[in-house]
Design a protein around this ligand. Sequence first.
Ligand SMILES: Cc1cc2nc3c(=O)[nH]c(=O)nc-3n(C[C@H](O)[C@H](O)[C@H](O)COP(=O)(O)OP(=O)(O)OC[C@H]3O[C@@H](n4cnc5c(N)ncnc54)[C@H](O)[C@@H]3O)c2cc1C
Length: 386
Amino acid sequence: MDFSFTKEQLMMLDSLRDMGKRENFPELATQIDATGEFPHQLMPKYAAMGLLGMTLSPEYGGEGESSLTAIIAIEELAKHSPMIAAPVFESNVGPVRVIDRFGTIEQKKRILPGVCRGENSVSVCMTEPEAGSDLTSLSTVAQDKGSHFLLNGKKCFITGGGVASHYLVYTRFGDVRGYKGIGAVLLEKGFPGFTFGRQEEFMGLRGMPSCDLYFDDVEVPKENVVIQAGDFGNLMLTFDIERCGNSAMCLGIAAGALDAAKAYVQKRHAFGRPICEFQDIQFNMVDMAMKLDAARLLVYRATAGAGQGLASIYEASMAKCYANEMVREVTDKAMQIFGGYGYSREYPLERMLRDARAWGVAGGTLQMLRITMASMLFGRRFDQRK
Ligand SMILES: Cc1cc2nc3c(=O)[nH]c(=O)nc-3n(C[C@H](O)[C@H](O)[C@H](O)COP(=O)(O)OP(=O)(O)OC[C@H]3O[C@@H](n4cnc5c(N)ncnc54)[C@H](O)[C@@H]3O)c2cc1C
């Protein structure tokens, strides 16, 4: 499999590195963490650079770019902070891809050009207080009222909650139990009966909007159905490209931690020598680099296999599981290498470690990914309820 970057991809990476210096991204990353403010000011700049929605269909403002191009852009930006990479993530590998692939022409016209201009964003709304890993037991329900659906229920931990313009809500249609009753509808911020809870306080990823959503007799026009009941498989298929994006965030955070550690160990002295001359430090640094590269190959394989389409469930799950564990290990080792300074808020390592911790829960836990991979490895489904 050929992962060599094209001339255009290399130019894009160069321009992102230049932008990082020009806009002082290391300082911005510290500011975002300290204030909890999302960097909205980057949206028009990213839009002007063609980074927003580059993987979407050209008829609707995208560039039909490969997923790999978006993934390497996310990785480059996440070296500074996942919040700096978030707009590229959301507009290229987020639920907007479900609309691009399965939405109606009218839905695409309504949403996608605005995503590419940085004016619209779409949140994915699956998790409920009583249905996280066990998603198919979700209880949000859309009742058919003839001219429209009436939506009732609650979602939690929704990234972009309160800020995004559109919400792709996974819901049960009527009384059909299990996955067969599940599809998805599109809600706009401001629909009567659609409200938000208070913003979540997470350990890391400060600046990322996230909250509960409440649906109280929300009238959803029939033309807002994106996925019919029974097409749950299509929903989960598109989610695998989001899993590649989640993994790219891990690659970026780990690469940022590795770069910081590499610079530090050559500067910091102990026992009269730079600490990079101690073998234990060298071995730790090599282990970090080795795991990062292994994760990178898995993520690029899953993404390149997808092209402009969908990633294989097995490859995307393996890439995410490995990258999620790798980023925890790499940031932890890097923090140790920084000694007491690693634990101090004056240095970026403790932030990187806090940010690293989220990805093995968001987008499916490490355990659920292993269950998915086990079923593909054995060629049979292991029903968790029996
Ligand atoms: C930063 C962040 C962002 C998020 N963004 C979104 C979002 O935008 N949209 C959205 O819908 N959700 C989002 N989530 C929610 C996330 O998808 C869920 O938290 C996740 O799927 C786990 O669900 P849960 O929290 O209910 O845990 P539970 O499902 O209650 O699981 C608890 C623990 O039990 C384990 N477990 C459960 N079942 C099994 C089993 N059969 N075998 C072995 N172990 C098992 C799990 O792996 C986990 O460790 C986000 C979460 C975080 C932290």
